[in-house]
Ligand binder design. Structure first.
Ligand code: ZN
Length: 386
């Protein structure tokens, strides 16, 4: 462990975690989400950086800290985290320390990672590292929809994105402080809503097949074809997560709907499935029914590019210098990292401390991993600029 982690720094990080974890910042509680950003602002007060604060109705504020001085030719690196959490106030648990674990709702996703990003940023700016930003997204848990266009302008200005979501569980039972599993690929996701309109009727009085225009029957046939678009060999998976419709057992269903979630590893697969789903929605399985299709969510796949490869190589050499082995891989869920890659950034994710219970009221991180990840983050960024 480096000299960076003296006792007063550890005390400051624990105080930061106590403050931020004890603010329940569920995405919809805009004021509380903003308060978490204010705690980061407090810690960074006195640093010579430019702060941009953005507001959108219904969302917490977005905070972006950036170097005032731009050094030409040097890399541009953005440290990233989100200030919102999933679990609401009524279910949340306060910050507590038990043995070598730090507990509290939202600590693994991702107030532990925010602590690492904030204190690493402070140290790096104090060291004089140029062109470095710290971005706090307030609505990541709802796909960062509130600030999408602003985020695109930010992502297009940076080379590298370091995302401090929690460390991945290590395979083969290896210790989480002896081995880092870092994320440089993620699946993309597209969401669809299929809304089918049929025609009312009394089930007992309709005698001709052509007059039985059941929206539920139409939807079932349609979903069967939608599911057939899966391709596990290419990593394309489909889930029909919600279905609804109908009135009663003896009424021909006038309406039915389904929500579909599609995951893919390549843009070409997204395009293939999207084209086919549109064809299916246009098709009439039962004469007289009509379907409205809405694509109501999208994150591109985080594919491995040259900059991401370079980042991983730097991270691996730094980790090895600390006596830690490394591997890289894919995480199934999508994050802001997916969008960064679309804007040409190289990305490494899973840089936060190791923990469990992401979207669970009972959540923890380990103290050993917290200190180690701060040490690692600082050395890693220093190496990017060396
Ligand atoms: Zn997260």
């Amino acid at each position: 462990m480096s000299l960076l982690l003296d006792e007063s720094l550890k005390k400051d990080m624990l105080a930061f975690l106590e403050r931020t974890v004890n603010i329940n910042s569920a995405t919809k509680d805009a004021q509380s989400v903003t308060k978490v950003g204010e705690v980061v602002k407090d810690v960074l007060s006195g640093l010579d950086v430019k702060l941009t604060v953005k507001s959108r109705k219904g969302y917490g504020k977005l905070f972006l800290f950036e170097s005032k001085q731009v050094k030409k030719g040097a890399p541009k690196t953005l440290l990233c985290g989100h200030t919102d959490i999933v679990i609401t106030k009524d279910l949340s648990r306060p910050f507590t320390i038990k043995g070598d674990r730090l507990y509290g709702t939202g600590i693994s996703d991702m107030k532990g990672g925010l602590a690492v990003a904030t204190f690493a940023y402070k140290k790096l700016v104090e060291e004089g590292i140029p062109n470095i930003g710290l971005l706090l997204v307030p609505d990541e848990e709802v796909s960062s929809v509130g600030y999408a266009s602003f985020l695109e302008t930010v992502y297009s200005r940076y080379d590298y994105g370091l995302v401090f979501e929690k460390a991945d569980k290590n395979e083969n039972g290896k210790s989480t402080t002896k081995h880092f599993h870092l994320i440089n690929r993620r699946k993309g996701v597209a969401r669809y809503l299929l809304d089918v309109a049929g025609e009312y009727g009394h089930s007992g009085t309709v005698d001709k097949k052509k007059d039985r225009k059941s929206a539920i029957h139409e939807l079932v046939l349609m979903l069967n074809d939608v599911m057939a678009l899966e391709d596990y060999s290419k990593g394309t998976t489909i889930n029909v997560g919600v279905v609804g419709g109908g009135v009663s057992a003896n009424t021909i269903a006038p309406s039915a709907r389904a929500q579909v979630d599609v995951r893919f590893t390549a843009n070409s697969e997204d395009e293939r499935v999207d084209k086919e789903i549109r064809k299916i929605a246009k098709k009439n399985y039962i004469n007289g029914s009509k379907t409205v299709l809405d694509r109501d969510g999208y994150r591109p796949p985080m594919e491995l590019n040259d900059k991401s490869k370079k980042l991983f190589d730097i991270a691996a050499s730094v980790a090895e210098g600390m006596g830690v082995s490394v591997s890289s891989g894919r995480r199934s869920g999508a994050s802001d990292a997916n969008v960064m890659v679309r804007f040409g950034m190289g990305v490494l994710d899973g840089l936060g401390p190791y923990g469990e219970g992401d979207h669970d009221p009972v959540s923890y991180i380990t103290t050993a991993s917290l200190w180690q990840r701060l040490d690692f983050a600082v050395r890693f960024v220093e190496q990017i600029y060396s």
